[in-house]
Design a protein around this ligand. Structure first.
Ligand code: AMP
Length: 570
């Protein structure tokens, strides 16, 4: 199949906002393809060549891509840079420059989907010395024989910026439509979704749907070593509400760390995050604890890994652990510097049997029976079984005193539903942080589809002398397109008249515009001039009724930080 056919579909998807039309178009392409192509297309439509949980990454940054475009099109680097600045999209740069190519390729046959797919796969396997050069050639080979539009999408795919709007839901429905047309549509979609929770790879799922239909999909089961989508939590309005939700609740500490799904098969252990990243290499200490303290030969257990202060033994906020998650080198030192504690709360597979259908009560008993607890290192999550509000309240306060986020309230009679926030599932209860009124004092120009707009915003609080100090970066709560509410476009328009100066892609703004901002937590941070950073700040609304002088002060942030920390001193 020619790559240009896929490119036509990309183009159509990019300019078609209707979800139903997208589904039809994707289904149309998938249903006409053979088994091999179905796998390639389903992945390429989402900008990948490997399953979504695979660690592989193309490893090409914008700078290298600019060199590739320059060489493959024969244009000077200044042209590449200038166009990039104007458009913020190297895909468009490649498209434009190829249409005015300085060197012509003598002979080139049309690019096939297979050729693109295979070259991209090769990219991820190239490592070590000279890898940048080899990567250069693999991509340049494609770009040199690509037509302008083809180059646009190859470049975007390689940079991980395909953005044609084939979200997981669209490809799911398209697979159902293409291959399970005879089934009841809702059931068909459910079967594809179920398969995806257990095998997060639409390429393989599309192949199974094509070759063995519903029956094949339903047979897909949890496999040790391959990650699945975990059960998610919902927020409860209050502890009382959460308690009332279940006849038989268990209340557990909600630890502030990393969700870990831990797979064990004999001596082999894998650790995956909730986003299905394989972090086994980053956590040799967890691997060892599992080998030593899990009695089952084969199992999959879940828990929360928390970073610990090695001097005091107290839990550290998540930001410390996150350094370990991202770490590729010097891992041994990190193991020493930031030891982890694993708090286990579920088991979903034991010696070949999947336990999703068993109630939590039974799963907890099984979990207890397979692990050997090592206090403060590898243990069951702390929990109490009670429906008594006073006892629950005391336990909640204890969790906060232990510097954890709050509590999880779970239904002992509930089964495990992978990949979902389900009604009647887990309920989280944590303190609500008060919103802050902050001034937008800076911004960064966006790239890709946000080119031309400011896309993330520097928040500022006031100090005693009336200066504004940075306390976080915000890009959430803002809409892409105008529905109703605040969009990137409207914010940019509002802020543009207040630009003081620009440094590269950063904009320094006069402190004029006040926004009400919600956030999860306040952290200490050397990266911002206030010394504090808001975690996950999101805009609630603009406050045209407030002037910058009314904005919240550093002192208030300090106070809130202390209060939150003083959720208790141990
Ligand atoms: P949230 O990320 O706020 O939606 O909360 C859900 C997350 O809390 C889970 O994905 C876990 O990473 C984490 N968590 C901490 N303690 C527990 C616990 N006892 N049970 C389940 N999840 C927990």
């Amino acid at each position: 199949m020619e790559y240009s056919k896929l490119v036509e579909l990309y183009e159509y998807l990019e300019k078609t906002p209707s979800r139903l039309k997208k589904i039809d178009a994707v289904a149309g392409m998938l249903s006409g393809a053979d088994e091999d192509h179905v796998v390639m297309l389903a992945r390429l439509l989402q900008g990948r060549v490997f399953p979504s949980w695979s660690e592989e990454d193309f490893g090409i940054a914008s700078l290298l891509m600019m060199r590739i475009i320059q060489t493959s099109t024969g244009h000077p680097m200044q042209d590449v840079e200038k166009l990039f600045k104007e458009t913020g999209d190297l895909g468009i740069v490649a498209e434009k420059l190829i249409s005015t190519k300085k060197q012509t390729t003598l002979f080139s046959s049309p690019l096939s989907v297979r050729k693109v797919f295979e070259n991209l796969r090769k990219l991820s396997s190239v490592t070590g010395k000279g890898s940048q050069e080899r990567k250069f050639h693999i991509v340049a080979e494609l770009i040199s024989s690509a037509k302008p539009k083809e180059a646009k999408y190859i470049v975007r795919t390689v940079l991980g910026e395909l953005r044609v709007g084939v979200a997981d839901g669209v490809i799911r429905d398209a697979i159902a439509k293409a291959f399970l047309g005879k089934e009841e549509p809702k059931e068909a979609v459910k079967a594809v979704e179920w398969a995806w929770f257990l095998l997060p790879d639409y390429g393989e799922i599309a192949r199974v749907a094509k070759t063995s239909g519903m029956e094949g999909l339903r047979k897909i089961s949890l496999e040790i070593g391959k990650p699945y989508r975990v059960l998610l939590a919902e927020k409860a309005p209050s502890l009382q509400d959460a308690l009332n939700s279940f006849e038989n609740p268990v209340i557990e500490f909600k630890y502030d760390g990393m969700r870990a799904q831990i797979h064990k098969d004999g001596e082999k252990v894998w650790v995956y995050t909730r986003r299905l990243e394989d972090v086994t290499r980053q956590f040799p200490d967890i691997v060892e604890m599992v080998r030593d303290n899990v009695k089952a030969r084969k199992c999959i257990i879940e828990g929360e890994a928390v970073g610990m202060d090695k001097r005091t033994g107290n839990p550290l906020p998540f930001q410390f652990l996150s350094q370990r998650i991202q770490r590729k080198y010097g891992i041994e030192r990190m193991v020493e510097e930031i030891p982890v504690q694993v708090n286990l709360f579920d088991i979903v597979l034991l010696e070949g049997e999947t336990l999703f259908g068993k109630p939590l009560r039974e799963r907890r008993t099984l979990l207890q029976s397979v692990i050997r607890e090592v206090p403060e290192r590898f243990q069951l999550a702390r929990g109490i079984i009670t429906k008594d509000f006073r006892k629950a309240q005391k336990f909640y306060e204890e969790a906060l005193r232990h510097r954890q986020e709050g509590v999880m309230v779970k239904n002992l009679d509930a089964t495990y539903q992978p990949g979902r926030r389900v009604a009647g599932g887990w309920l989280k209860v944590k303190p609500v942080m008060e919103n802050l009124d902050l001034v937008i004092i800076g911004a960064v120009w966006g790239t890709g589809k946000r080119a031309g707009w400011m896309s993330s915003f520097v928040l500022g609080c006031r100090d005693e002398d009336g200066n504004f100090l940075e306390c976080g970066m915000m890009g959430t709560g803002i809409k892409e397109k105008d529905e109703s509410g605040i969009t990137f476009e409207s914010l940019t328009k509002l802020l543009k008249p207040h630009i003081e100066r620009e440094e590269g892609n950063r904009v320094i703004l006069k402190p004029k515009i006040v926004a009400e901002v919600a956030y999860e937590e306040i952290q200490k941070s050397p990266n911002y001039s206030s010394g504090y950073a808001l975690r996950f700040p999101r805009i609630v609304r603009l406050r045209p009724d407030r002037s910058p002088e009314d904005a919240d002060t550093l002192e208030r942030i300090e106070r809130l930080y202390e209060q939150q920390k003083g959720r208790g001193d141990k």
